[in-house]
Design a protein around this ligand. Structure first.
Ligand code: ZN
Ligand code: ZN
Length: 206
C-alpha cells in the first residue's frame, strides 16, 4: 500500500508478502506515525527500509523509523551520500523540522539485488534527478519502483544539486524503457503507470 507522506506528497510504500507478512518500507520521507499505523493495522513484520535516493521527502523519516522498528536501511547508491549527509541543510531549505540524518547500513550498486518483502529485485542506477538514484525492478512481476526518475506524464526535476536533465533522459531511455512496455511502475509522486504509456504519451520522452 502507498502512504502519501510529507508536504511533498511523497509515495511511501509499505510492501509485504500476504502469506508471511514479511515487509519492507520504501522511502519513509516523514509522517512516520502514519507509516507505523499502517504497519500495525496490517500486522506487517517490517524487515528493512529501502531508499531510492537521498532527497529529504524520501529519507527524512528513515532514521527515526529504523530506530523505532530496529531494522536496517539499504540504499541508495553511494553517489547520494553527500546529499544524505546534508539532509539537515535540505530540511532548512524546504522548511521542514525535526529531520535526523540517516546512516544507511548498505549502499547498493547496479547489478546487485535487493530483497523487498521476500522477493529479489534487480537494481538499476538511474542518475539525473540525483546522482545516486536507484530503481528497483521485479522481472517476474514486471513491476518497478521508480522513485523520482519517471512519473505519469512527467519526469524528475533536475534543478536540485547533482541534477542533470540530459543524464536523466539517458537513464530513462537506456535503462527504464528497455525493460518493456508492459512493465508497470510506482513513482515517488503521483499515480502508477506503465513504461509503454509513458513511452507513447510522456511529453518529455516523445
Ligand atoms: Zn527526489
Ligand atoms: Zn520526491
Amino acid at each position: 500500500m502507498v502512504i502519501v507522506v510529507t508536504p511533498f506528497q511523497q509515495n511511501c510504500s509499505l510492501i509485504w508478502d500476504p502469506e508471511t507478512l514479511r515487509g519492507t518500507v520504501i522511502d519513509p520521507g516523514g509522517d512516520i506515525d502514519r507509516i507505523q499505523a499502517a504497519i500495525d493495522q496490517y500486522g506487517v513484520k517490517v524487515e528493512k527500509i529501502v531508499l531510492t535516493h537521498g532527497h529529504i521527502d524520501h529519507v527524512g523519516g528513515a532514521a527515526d523509523l529504523a530506530a523505532a522498528l530496529n531494522v536496517p536501511v539499504e540504499g541508495p547508491h553511494v553517489a547520494d551520500k553527500p546529499l544524505i549527509e546534508r539532509v539537515a541543510d535540505q530540511a532548512v531549505q524546504f522548511g521542514v523540522d525535526g529531520v535526523k540524518p540517516v546512516d544507511p547500513d548498505r549502499w547498493i550498486s547496479e547489478g546487485e539485488q535487493v530483497e523487498i518483502a521476500g522477493r529479489m529485485f534487480d537494481v538499476l542506477h538511474c542518475p539525473g534527478h540525483s546522482p545516486g538514484h536507484l530503481v528497483f525492478y521485479d522481472k517476474e512481476l514486471r513491476f518497478a519502483i521508480s522513485g523520482d526518475v519517471l512519473f505519469e506524464g512527467s519526469i524528475g526535476r533536475t534543478d536540485l544539486p547533482g541534477g542533470d536533465h540530459a543524464t536523466l533522459i539517458k537513464s530513462i531511455q537506456e535503462k527504464l524503457l528497455p525493460l518493456g512496455d508492459d512493465v508497470s511502475f510506482l513513482p515517488g509522486h503521483g499515480q502508477a503507470s506503465t513504461l509503454g504509456h509513458e513511452r507513447k504519451n510522456n511529453p518529455f520522452l516523445t
